[in-house]
Design a protein around this ligand. Structure first.
Ligand code: AMP
Length: 670
């Protein structure tokens, strides 16, 4: 009889020890090395030198992404019965012209006038001014406070600009500080003025910079050989939903609310992408467009999420220059009108649950409300799910109430009615304000904009029309349209009179509530949140990915290279694959400790080890990645336990009640 020692990394006496995941400080360099070594992702075209902002996912990254997307589909599309779409990436230019992207989807850039190096203007101004303020602090001997909660915007825009210890006048410090607080509000020409006024130059060369020019972030292309049909690679999937709205509505029997959902690639030609997967030029998005009655934004399943706790950073707190957050339930946030309506609150709650389910650390997640000046002019309310990583707080999911903007502009442009008609239960007499146009004069005055202004007026609520009527009585009134402009009207063009009508139908353009997920950002944040190093060895990194998203669920290894044992691991692997468990055999000659370490780096939650007892007694051991605890049981029982662990029907303590605990030592006949 020999005593066979299992390849456990944990000594039996260690088994009861709590896992210390914070023994070592987070080290991005070792995580990056792990992600490259285990081929989660890598720069695209690396052997040609690569291109900034383009990445390829390897086998592990692809499997992780597929699992995250699979969970997303289950959590939203299947659970909520959404209408899934797969629309084209190549988008007709007219669609994006109508949506406003051709004119407005742009950032400002400046060029080094001698080398031609390009910078995003706001990022560069901010980085240089920040460096000067830092230099001032150094010169004054003030120690820089450690940044605990650096705002994502500040961090993301940082370029490597070295600070030099130079004291500034007090007035200059105040001016710089106020400039930084408003950095998101400057127009291109204003940024140009700042560059000149503060003598901002290329930090690397000291050369002067050009005037800012607008750079549209869309990749332009031609459709077909004539070059006459212009197209763009889409910058979001949303427009593909809106142009199909009429069909979707019909598919849903003409009723709202309902949602469409789409997972797909989007493209943005970012000026200077520098933050790995967080700012790229091609990325996977998962977007939901939820169509709702503008007069009734309640949600039928709101009760299911009303007790979910969110970490909120509301706009009024930010406008006071503060960043402290408040923990509040979705129910309270909506009741107190901090979140505009139930449907928006519902999606915030559901998103919190989704991100937690896939392994995002809830203590590093917050919902930040857009400030009034950040929000698109048509948006009623907007919250970003920000996730904290070594890059700061990064927007990973945007939840916006886009109001009726998109459907209205597409409807006006195409003359297709993208509206909902609702039959009333009872005909009703309604006091209305009837809008009459002098068609000829109106057309001559507003030309191509006439239809849009007309549609806007006809779609206004009664109280708004009453205001316009009152204003017209004393001269001119103005109408704000979906293109963001206001148009002046006078009483010779438009007459508004009270009438009583009997209504049988109600007609309205639905409002759209849009949760929009950047999958690459979520994926990278998840990798950072999952990463830690074993207390006893800093070099032994572990990715504690939840089994629901882990690329591989179970590793199968043997304790020796014995042919019979090797055959056994392949047999077990076949059995696992047959029931849908993504397992991986490691029959290399590496030591078992090395195999486990490799397994930990891949984030594989479970490992089965075949040893001589497998041949003699039909048992295998089962190891849990984080604790390294081991259980033992008959092959089929262990496979069944793994199956349930992976499905999430039991946890490790459930597994421990089904299988015996394994001390790492057992007796086998020689
Ligand atoms: P937006 O339409 O700008 O609100 O973007 C929607 C989501 O897409 C964001 O919440 C991000 O997660 C993601 N996203 C936007 N731009 C990029 C980018 N350049 N690289 C990676 N993800 C992005």
């Amino acid at each position: 009889m020999v005593t066979q020692s299992a390849a456990s990394t944990s000594h039996p006496s260690e088994l009861a020890q709590p896992i210390n995941k914070t023994a070592h400080e987070f080290d991005k360099t070792t995580l990056d090395a792990l992600l490259a070594r285990r081929f989660f992702f890598a720069p695209a075209f690396e052997i040609y030198g690569g291109v900034a902002g383009l990445y390829d996912y390897g086998p592990t990254g692809s499997a992780l992404q597929a699992n995250v997307l699979n969970e997303w589909r289950k959590h939203y599309i299947i659970e909520e019965d959404m209408l899934e779409l797969d629309t084209t990436i190549m988008t007709l230019s007219e669609v994006l012209k109508t949506s406003g992207h051709v004119d407005k989807f742009a950032d400002w850039m400046v060029k080094d006038v001698q080398t031609g190096e390009i910078f995003r203007a706001d990022h560069l101004v901010e980085a240089v001014i920040e460096a000067r303020l830092k230099g001032d602090k150094e010169a004054r001997g003030v120690k820089d406070e450690p940044v605990v909660e650096e705002d994502e915007k500040k961090k993301k825009k940082k370029k490597n600009v070295k600070s030099v210890a130079i004291k500034l006048e007090d007035g200059v410090v105040a001016e710089y500080e106020s400039l930084l607080a408003q950095i998101d509000n400057y127009t291109g020409p204003e940024l140009g003025e700042l560059v000149r006024k503060h003598n901002i130059r290329n930090p690397a060369t000291g050369n002067e910079l050009s005037e800012p020019v607008e750079f549209n972030l869309m990749f332009e292309s031609n459709i077909g050989p004539t070059g006459q049909i212009k197209g763009y690679l889409r910058p979001e999937t949303a427009q593909g939903h809106f142009v199909n709205f009429a069909r979707l509505l019909e598919f849903n029997n003409g009723k709202v609310p309902f949602a469409s959902a789409q997972i797909g690639r989007s493209f943005r030609n970012e000026i200077a992408p520098r933050q790995g997967l967080l700012r790229v030029r091609e990325f996977t998005m998962a977007e939901i467009e939820h169509y709702v009655d503008p007069l009734d934004k309640r949600h039928a399943r709101f009760n299911e999420v009303k007790d979910v706790t969110l970490t909120l950073l509301p706009k009024d707190v930010q406008s006071e220059g503060r960043t402290e957050t408040t923990q509040m339930t979705v129910g309270d946030a909506v009741a107190k009108k901090i979140v505009d309506n139930e449907t928006l609150g519902y999606f915030l709650g559901r998103t919190q649950l989704f991100l937690e389910k896939i392994g995002i650390d809830p203590s590093r997640m917050r919902c930040r409300q857009h400030m009034a000046n950040e929000m698109a002019h048509y948006a009623a309310d907007c919250w970003d799910f920000e996730i904290q990583s070594s890059y700061g707080w990064i927007e990973c999911v945007g939840c916006a109430d886009r109001s009726a903007y998109d459907l209205t502009v597409h409807s006006v442009r195409t003359k297709q009615p993208l509206r909902v008609q609702q039959k009333l239960d009872e005909p009703r007499k309604v006091e209305k304000l009837d809008v009459q146009f002098d068609a000829k004069k109106f057309g001559m005055t507003f030309k191509k904009d006439a239809t849009m202004i007309k549609e806007t007026l006809l779609g206004l609520e009664k109280d708004k029309l009453q205001c316009i009527k009152d204003e017209l009585a004393s001269g001119t009134s103005s109408v704000k349209c979906a293109d963001g402009k206001s148009y002046d009207i006078t009483s010779d063009l438009v007459k508004i009179e009270p009438i009583t009508v009997t209504e049988y139908m109600r007609e309205f353009t639905p409002n759209v509530i849009e949760p929009s997920f950047g999958i690459g950002r979520i994926l990278y944040s998840l990798l950072e949140h999952s990463y830690w190093a074993r207390e006893q060895d800093k070099a032994r990194g572990v990715l504690s990915l939840p089994s629901v998203v882990a690329p591989i669920k179970c590793l199968i290894v043997t304790i020796s290279q014995d042919a019979e044992l090797r055959a056994k691991i392949h047999e077990i692997s076949r059995k696992m694959r047959r029931i849908g468990i993504a397992s991986r055999v490691d029959d290399s000659s590496a030591s078992i400790g090395k195999k486990y370490a490799r397994n930990d780096e891949l984030g594989t939650p479970f490992g089965c080890t075949v040893d001589f007892a497998t041949i003699q007694k039909g048992t295998i051991t089962l190891r849990e990645r984080d604790s390294t605890n081991q259980l033992i049981g008959q092959v089929d029982d262990v496979i069944d336990v793994v199956d349930q662990l992976v499905k999430g029907t039991i946890d490790w303590s459930g597994a421990s009640s089904r299988l015996e605990s394994y001390s790492g030592v057992q007796d086998v006949e020689e």
